[in-house]
Design a protein around this ligand. Structure first.
Ligand code: A5P
Length: 232
């Protein structure tokens, strides 16, 4: 029986087989993506030729260490495939991302990709999104009214919950690679992700939210006994 770390590794190992020679590949962020990048590095050492775009400074550093050739979306605006983790993925393949704080770059990279594949252990697979607090990236200026507007928007669509400023382990506010802050919106349940997504997008001060809707083509889910593929 696989433990959670082995499940993450197994999902990553399955997805790394989707990478074909010559592809432009988006590299996700987080502990599951970390396995994927490591396994991709092994394939590259074995002769695979691809070029990648990283979704965070952390992933960029890992890819550089492993000798994975990197480019930017300026050089390569159309990617073939992005493989990334998720905090939650629902049966309709809508997802919550941003637990690692990289949601903005992750969403830009996923949107620039022909195919996005999510890799996850079974604990991320849910009927309804929302048990995991929704990360929302905001600009520091005007944090208090932005937070109030976010809480108001959530209450309006019937899922009230506090938006809590994310802190780094040292206690100060967590700052994203783009220099923004994260508010984690604890809702418990998001019955209508599309409605919430469009309300959040209207709020000045919100840079991006962690709801990924219509972006995920395939999910590779690993449970204690093996891996399965869910398709949209
Ligand atoms: C990073 O910002 C996130 O979107 C991650 O992809 C997500 O939090 C999953 O991370 P883990 O693979 O570490 O659970």
């Amino acid at each position: 029986m696989m433990n959670v770390e082995e499940q993450k590794r197994a999902a990553a190992a399955c997805a790394v087989e989707f990478v074909q020679p010559g592809m432009l590949v988006g590299l996700g962020t987080g502990t599951t993506s970390h396995h994927f990048v490591e396994l991709l590095g092994e394939r590259i050492r074995g002769g695979l030729k691809i070029v990648a775009v990283a979704t965070s400074e952390a992933t960029k550093a890992q890819a550089k260490r492993l000798g994975i050739p990197l480019t930017t979306l300026e050089e390569a605006p159309n990617l073939d495939l992005t493989v990334d983790g998720a905090d939650e993925i629902a049966t309709d393949l809508t997802a919550i991302k941003g637990g690692g704080g990289a949601l903005l770059r992750e969403k830009i990279v996923a949107s620039a990709s022909a195919v996005m594949v999510v890799i996850a252990d079974e604990s991320k697979w849910v009927d309804t999104l929302g048990r995991y607090p929704l990360p929302i990236e905001v600009v520091p200026f005007g944090l208090a009214p932005t937070r109030r507007a976010i809480e108001h928007a959530a209450a309006e669509i019937g899922c009230p919950g506090p938006a809590v400023l994310r802190r780094a382990s040292e206690g100060h506010a967590f700052v994203t690679d783009g220099g923004h802050l994260i508010l984690d919106l604890a809702l418990g349940r998001i019955p209508e992700p599309r409605a919430l997504a469009s309300r959040l997008a209207e709020i000045p001060g919100v840079v991006e939210h962690g709801l990924f809707i219509g972006l995920v083509r395939m999910a590779v889910i690993a449970g204690p006994h093996g891996v399965r593929i869910e398709e949209a």
